[in-house]
Design a protein around this ligand. Structure first.
Ligand code: UDP
Length: 338
């Protein structure tokens, strides 16, 4: 019995593959390398000392999906594959809907045909829209503000409908807060193609001199120091949450949403200062107006993750800052052309 991991060479996918292999699972992985690199496969093997089957394919190719399910005895699927850049999704909504929605429908149809009815879906705290209060609990109203977020919410809705229609499905919607960090070996890190949008990759670019100054969007929020507050979570903790989720799929039927966060918010300035201190580097920054669409504070209520999955985050903000930096230092010396 194997777990199929779609998008398994991406940032969260690759860390999850490591944790699943270390927990003893057999894996089948597929990815189209749209936002990742083939060298990630070697890193996963180097870290774990374990092999797995890999398909360079795309969820929009039903023939490929059919072959994967016919060739392998797949027990459940952890579904990461999808486009994820908010700004790009606003510019190219059709591309996002085609890839994320159609691709997921292809996957679900092939799963159904092969009687595979256990799924962990990579959702996001973005489905909470503009929070009316924090911390966010899973039963809060859902709304979204951009096409990327809408693909997450639409897929959640599709999965809810599917579970109503057929009670044999077991589906977990994991709503991630702000993943950062990298594998402690330094072999895996966030490596976005193009100019990064998120805070930690931009802090890294500034620390490495790729970007002269970090722009801090807004210092007039009603928060501890006026800058935005988010629930940053170490990617290794997040990956471990998927191991617990995969185990849980055998123990229930239906659909459940679970927040994966630490439950603790940090401001932009707190993150910058911690990063500078633990890595002994400088991150020059300047304030700019608020970024449209940003909210002041967003952090998780983590009770359900603990009660339902038996999971809680273990690594702190210093680990996140250190491992993000070490992974980038190490990664700068590696090349896919080697
Ligand atoms: N942020 C910032 N400068 C940047 C990128 C992000 O000040 O170059 C802030 C942003 O306004 C927010 C926080 O950092 O308060 C986290 O932003 P990110 O895009 O990483 O995550 P999200 O807003 O999607 O939670």
């Amino acid at each position: 019995m194997s777990i199929l991991v779609t998008g398994g060479t991406g940032f969260i996918g690759s860390h999850t593959c490591v944790e699943l292999l270390e927990a003893g699972y057999d894996l089948v992985v597929f990815d189209n390398f749209y936002n990742s690199k083939p060298s990630v496969l070697d890193s996963i093997v180097d870290i774990t000392g374990k092999g797995f089957k890999f398909y360079h394919s795309d969820m929009n190719d039903i023939g490929d999906l059919e072959k994967i399910f016919s060739d392998n005895d797949i027990d459940c699927v952890i579904h990461f594959a999808g486009f994820k850049a908010v700004g790009e999704s606003v510019e190219k909504p059709l591309m996002y809907y085609s890839n994320n929605i159609t691709g997921t429908l292809n996957l679900l149809n092939v799963m159904k045909d092969h009687n595979v009815k256990k799924l962990v879906f990579s959702s996001s705290a973005t489905v909470y829209g503009v929070p009316k209060k924090v911390p966010l609990t899973e039963d809060m109203p859902l709304s979204v503000t951009n096409p990327y977020g809408r693909t997450k919410l639409m897929i959640e809705d599709i999965l809810r409908d599917l579970c109503v229609s057929d009670p044999e499905w077991s589906v977990l919607l994991l709503r991630y807060f702000n993943p950062v960090g990298g594998h402690k070996s330094g072999l895996l890190c966030e490596d976005p193609n193009g100019i990064p949008n998120n805070l930690m990759p931009r802090i890294l670019d500034t620390a490495f001199g790729i970007q002269e100054k970090l722009t801090v969007f807004g210092n007039d929020y009603d928060t501890v120091d006026g800058t935005g507050v988010r629930d940053y979570i170490h990617v290794t903790d997040l990956a471990k949450g998927h191991v617990n989720a995969a185990r849980k799929l055998d123990a229930f039927r239906g659909i459940e949403a679970v927040n994966l966060g630490t439950g603790r918010g940090y401001s932009v300035l707190e993150l910058i200062k911690t990063f500078e201190r633990v890595n002994n580097v400088s991150v020059p920054f300047e304030f700019a107006p608020r970024r449209p669409g940003d909210v002041a504070e967003c952090y998780a209520d983590t009770k359900k993750a603990y009660d339902f999955l038996g999971w809680k985050a273990e690594l702190g903000i210093e680990d996140m800052c250190r491992d993000s930096y070490v992974a980038r230092v190490n990664h700068s010396g590696r090349s896919d052309e080697e």
